[in-house]
Design a protein around this ligand. Structure first.
Ligand code: APR
Ligand code: ZN
Length: 364
């Protein structure tokens, strides 16, 4: 057992408290990771603002990377000293989905319950049990995760970069390459240019999409979008569909929503050309249906699909993305606008609520 500083959500206030928590040793099949960095992601904000309900109290953070410090009995995938990226779902490796190469729809994982496979957690506070968000809890100096959720990467990838590969980059990369399967030369529009939207833009540049149209209501974000590969930027407004048609002729071949707002999700079909594909990447609050004109969608042969984590298979995709970063093909470091200590996490969420900052990363 060891003590660690952590950002704890008590289930009611939207502000996190920095507290000392107890971290148990890793049991069979689990890994103790000393955290190097944790991204501050929009999904954490959903939880703090009450959009999604979760068990509490919770140690927040699900986008993290660090060094394996100890391994439990039977662990063979990683060894002490390895650098790993944490995945916010741990594949069970036994269900039909896992066995058919679709770990991203694993039915055996208990990550959404924020517990290890046996229902336990390694975190507590004066004996009271604490839940690590999505069974990661990366806003803490230590995490205990199942070995299938800790993916080894080359040691020369910095932790701040590695942490972002664990959520926003994998989500954006996967939405573009797996879910949309964008071809070189295709047009694409990205609604929302925060951490996830900018990751989509980077991946669109990598696969050679053209034009790449970034949309946001913040000028700061649109500037970042241009730097990372957008060929055009459009300030969000009621004339968005017209602006996209001006730039693409008949609508984009692909449209991505990366905010998680009902209205922008509903606007997606209007942004794509007949036969085009619209992908919901941003996650809305729970129990919020969206209205779509189904006849218009069907008659124009458009597709509207959901993308969860970019259909990422962590063990396959994290190392590939790390290699793309090392080869200079995916400038993940340019997504990082702020490196902060754990104590400044509330300021980072407030900035996010104001639509500021590309991505804040907590560095331990
Ligand atoms: N129109 C256009 N842009 C908007 C609007 C709007 N009405 N509202 C918000 N935005 C922009 C913000 O300015 C910001 O740049 O959306 C972006 C959201 O980005 P972040 O807050 O950085 O959130 P991010 O981490 O990118 O997550 C986005 O993806 O994975 C999901 O749960 C996550 O739903 C969240 C979404
Ligand atoms: Zn995330």
């Amino acid at each position: 057992m060891r003590l660690a500083r952590a950002a704890v959500h008590d289930g009611s206030s939207s502000a996190l408290e920095i507290q000392s928590v107890e971290v148990a040793d890793p049991g069979p099949g689990a890994v103790l990771v000393r955290m190097g960095a944790s991204g501050v992601c929009g999904s954490d904000r959903h939880v703090l603002d009450g959009d999604w309900t979760l068990p509490s109290p919770t140690v927040m953070g699900h986008e993290g990377a660090g060094t394996v410090e100890a391994i439990g009995a039977g662990v063979t995938d990683v060894a002490v000293g390895d650098h790993v990226i944490l995945s916010w779902f741990y594949p069970c490796r036994r269900c039909v989905a896992c066995l058919s190469g679709k770990a991203y729809v694993c039915t055996g994982s208990r990550s959404e319950e924020c517990v290890l496979p046996d229902g336990s957690t390694a975190l507590s506070r004066s004996g009271e049990r604490i839940f690590p968000y999505l069974a990661v809890g990366s806003m803490c100096e230590y995490a205990v995760v199942p070995e299938s959720g800790a993916i080894r990467i080359p040691n020369d990838v910095p932790f701040d970069v590695a942490s972002l590969i664990g959520c926003s980059i994998a989500t954006g990369f996967g939405a573009v390459t797996h879910d949309a399967a964008v071809e070189a030369g295709s047009s694409a529009v990205v609604v929302g240019s925060g951490g996830v939207g900018l990751s989509i833009i980077m991946a669109l540049k990598l696969v050679g999409a053209n034009p790449i149209i970034a949309v946001d209501r913040s000028a700061e974000k649109l500037e970042a979008a241009r730097r990372l590969g957008a060929t055009h930027t459009v300030e969000a407004g009621p004339d968005l569909a017209d602006r996209v048609r001006e730039l693409t002729g008949n609508g984009a071949a692909y449209a991505f929503e990366a905010i998680g707002r009902v209205e922008t999700i509903e606007s997606l079909p209007g942004l794509i050309a007949p036969g085009g594909k619209a992908i919901i990447v941003g996650l809305p609050p729970q129990d919020t249906p969206v209205a779509i004109d189904a006849l218009a969608l069907a008659e124009s042969g458009k597709s509207l699909i959901g993308s969860n984590y970019g259909s990422t298979v962590p063990g396959r995709d994290f190392p590939r993305i790390a290699e793309l970063y090392l080869a200079g093909k995916l400038p993940v470091d340019e997504l990082i606008s702020h490196r902060i200590p754990l104590e400044e996490v509330n300021e980072a969420f407030d900035a996010m609520r104001r639509g500021e900052r590309a991505r804040s990363v907590i560095v331990f």
